[in-house]
Design a protein around this ligand. Structure first.
Ligand code: SF4
Length: 273
C-alpha cells in the first residue's frame, strides 16, 4: 500500500469514527480526548441509561495478534463504481442461477444482498424467508426489524452504512434449513460478494451462517465470545434474529456479542458520550 493510500485509509477510519461519535451526540471533542486515549474511562465504568447493551459486561476476546488483515480499500469514486459494477454482475448471475432445482421451483425471486458496497461491516445471515422472497431484500420481516434495532440502537449505525447478505440467495421451502449441496452451490456467490466489498468485519447471524463461513461444525454457542478470522476479516458470531424472536431471553447474549463487535471496530457504545 502506498503512503497516499494509507493516508486515505486513515482518513476514512477517522471520518467513520467522527460520524459515529456525532450520532452518539458528541458534537465537540477536546484535543486530549483524541490524543490521550489513556485518560478515557474504561467501558465498564461509563454510565448509560440505554440501551441494555451498555449494561452488559464485556466478554474476553481471543483476537489473534498474528491475524492477517485484508488490504484496506481506498474510498475513491472509481473504486466504488468498480464495486457496484462487480456486485451487479454477480447479482445478474444469481438471478439466472438454476443450480438448486427445488429452490428454483419455489422461489419468487432471488435475494442477493443490500447495503453499502464499501461497508466496513457485513451482516451474514442464513437464507431468505417468506417476506424476503416476496420483496427481494434480506431481513425485511420481523427478524429484519430486530436486526434494524441491533444495527441502530445497539450499534448507532444505519443500514446504509453496512451490507447484509445471506448464505443462500433463494428461499428454502417452508423455511427449512439449507441443504449441504445448496450451501456448496451458493458458496461461490457470497464469497465473491465478500471479496468485492472487502469488509473489515463480518457478523454471522446464527449457526448456518457461522458454520458455513468458518467451515466448522462447532455449535454457535461455542463460536460466540471471540473473534474469528475469515481470509483476514474479523468475524463475530451471534444468534440469528429469528431465534431471538423465539427466545427473547437470549437477547442479552447478543448484546454481549455486539459489544465485542463495537470494541473491535473501535466504535462508541450508543448513548455514551
Ligand atoms: S440458492 Fe444459490 S446456488 Fe442455489 S439456485 Fe439459488 S442462487 Fe443458485
Amino acid at each position: 500500500m502506498t503512503t497516499s493510500e494509507e493516508h486515505q485509509r486513515i482518513q476514512r477510519i477517522a471520518l467513520q469514527r467522527l460520524e459515529s461519535l456525532q450520532r452518539a451526540g458528541v458534537l465537540q471533542l477536546p484535543k486530549a480526548a483524541v490524543i490521550e486515549e489513556s485518560v478515557a474511562p474504561p467501558v465498564q465504568e461509563i454510565e448509560v441509561d440505554s440501551p441494555q447493551i451498555a449494561k452488559e459486561p464485556v466478554l474476553p476476546t481471543t483476537k489473534s495478534t498474528a491475524k492477517k488483515m485484508p488490504e484496506k480499500k481506498v474510498p475513491t469514486k472509481s473504486r466504488l463504481s468498480k464495486c457496484k459494477k462487480e456486485l451487479a454482475l454477480i447479482q445478474d448471475e444469481v438471478a439466472g442461477c438454476t443450480l438448486c432445482g427445488e429452490l428454483v421451483e419455489n422461489r419468487t425471486q432471488t435475494v442477493f444482498g443490500v447495503g453499502n458496497p464499501q461497508a466496513r461491516l457485513c451482516f451474514f445471515g442464513e437464507a431468505p424467508g417468506a417476506d424476503e422472497d416476496r420483496q427481494g431484500e434480506p431481513f425485511v420481516g420481523r427478524a429484519g426489524k430486530l436486526l434494524d434495532d441491533i444495527i441502530s440502537k445497539g450499534m448507532g449505525l444505519t443500514r446504509d452504512e453496512i451490507y447484509i447478505l445471506n448464505v443462500l440467495k433463494c428461499r428454502p421451502p417452508g423455511n427449512r434449513n439449507p441443504a449441504p449441496d445448496e450451501v456448496t452451490n451458493c458458496r461461490q456467490f457470497f464469497e465473491r460478494q465478500l471479496e468485492t466489498i472487502q469488509p473489515e468485519f463480518i457478523c454471522c447471524l446464527g449457526a448456518i451462517a457461522a458454520q458455513t463461513l468458518l467451515e466448522t461444525t462447532t455449535p454457535v454457542g461455542k463460536l460466540r465470545g471471540q473473534i474469528h478470522d475469515y481470509k483476514g476479516i474479523s468475524v463475530v458470531v451471534t444468534y440469528h434474529p429469528a431465534y431471538l424472536l423465539r427466545n427473547p431471553a437470549a437477547k442479552k447474549e447478543t448484546w454481549k456479542d455486539i459489544r465485542i463487535l463495537l470494541d473491535a471496530m473501535d466504535l462508541p457504545i450508543p448513548g455514551n458520550s
